[in-house]
Ligand binder design. Structure first.
Ligand code: ZN
Length: 266
């Protein structure tokens, strides 16, 4: 049974219906979730993230960005102009992160050249603002590493953030850890066929693991088939605790501390 433990959902998406968002945030609070990072990725998800941050400013941190799905319709300049304008307007909630951003060659094979400029422009913006990023990668390991290495890092703190919903190999995880990133573990770790991810989750250094739901997708066992939401993130914590042979309390404490340091500037 999932009891109340302070968890931090580092990657979740919200819709734009106020009542639904309010309910999701209330249930998260009741489940012991102390922070969620409300994540954009396209215009609708960006609106949903802003709505969550306005609805519960103490609970929901805001991340805005444009992912691979927007590479055909949005120039890097237009994406950055939107983000700058949003951030400059004092009436808006503060930005805690840029994301999600990334490169996906599973859904869009052969389009690396088209996706890369949008990704790198937002990496550069996050560096300029000294903000963390939340990165999506799928069948694009080489491309993601190339971009991370290519973007000049002006900030002393260097580039940082999460590789969200990680499903890659241990070798990829190591490359990303070497580059200062944390690894976001989603409900996929609870799935029957996710043995490779469980192996990675066992081997990660304790101070480099984050938990997330990536809601509304990927509901963890035992919530499979339901619409995922931040209140389910304790199930990810519970699974990780078992894999790593620590208590759920310790797993929640450690991942929350990691997330605070990355996204709240602790
Ligand atoms: Zn996402």
């Amino acid at each position: 049974m999932v009891t109340e433990r302070p968890c931090f959902d580092t990657h979740c998406h919200f819709g734009t219906d106020g009542e639904t968002v309010r309910g999701q945030l209330e249930r998260a609070r009741a489940a012991g979730v102390v922070k969620v990072l409300a994540m954009g990725c396209d215009p609708d998800a960006n609106r949903g993230a802003v709505l969550a941050a306005r609805t519960a400013p103490d609970l929901a941190l805001l991340s805005l960005g444009f992912d691979h799905s927007q590479a055909d319709s949005l120039t890097p300049d237009a994406a950055c102009a939107f983000l700058r304008e949003f951030r400059d307007d004092a009436r808006n909630p503060p930005l805690a992160c840029v994301g999600e951003i990334g490169i996906d060659l599973h859904w869009k094979p052969g389009t690396e050249a088209a996706q890369t400029p949008l990704f790198e422009a937002q990496l550069g913006l996050a560096d300029e603002w000294n903000l963390p990023v939340s990165i999506h990668t799928r069948e694009s390991d080489e491309a993601i590493l190339r971009s991370i290495d290519a973007v000049p890092q002006r900030n002393r703190k260097g580039m940082r953030g999460s590789i969200h919903c990680f499903t890659g190999s241990w070798e990829l995880a190591r490359e990303l850890l070497d580059r200062n990133f944390l690894i976001g573990i989603s409900g996929i770790v609870t799935f029957r066929n996710a043995e490779m991810l469980r192996d990675v989750a066992r081997r990660l250094p304790a101070d480099r693991i984050l938990v997330e739901t990536d809601s509304p997708y990927l509901a963890p066992v035992p919530m499979r088939g339901k619409r995922n939401e931040p209140a389910f993130v304790p199930h990810v914590v519970e699974c990780l605790a078992k894999l790593r042979n620590v208590s759920c309390e310790e797993m929640a404490r450690q991942t929350t501390q990691n997330a605070q340091a990355c996204f709240v500037g602790g």
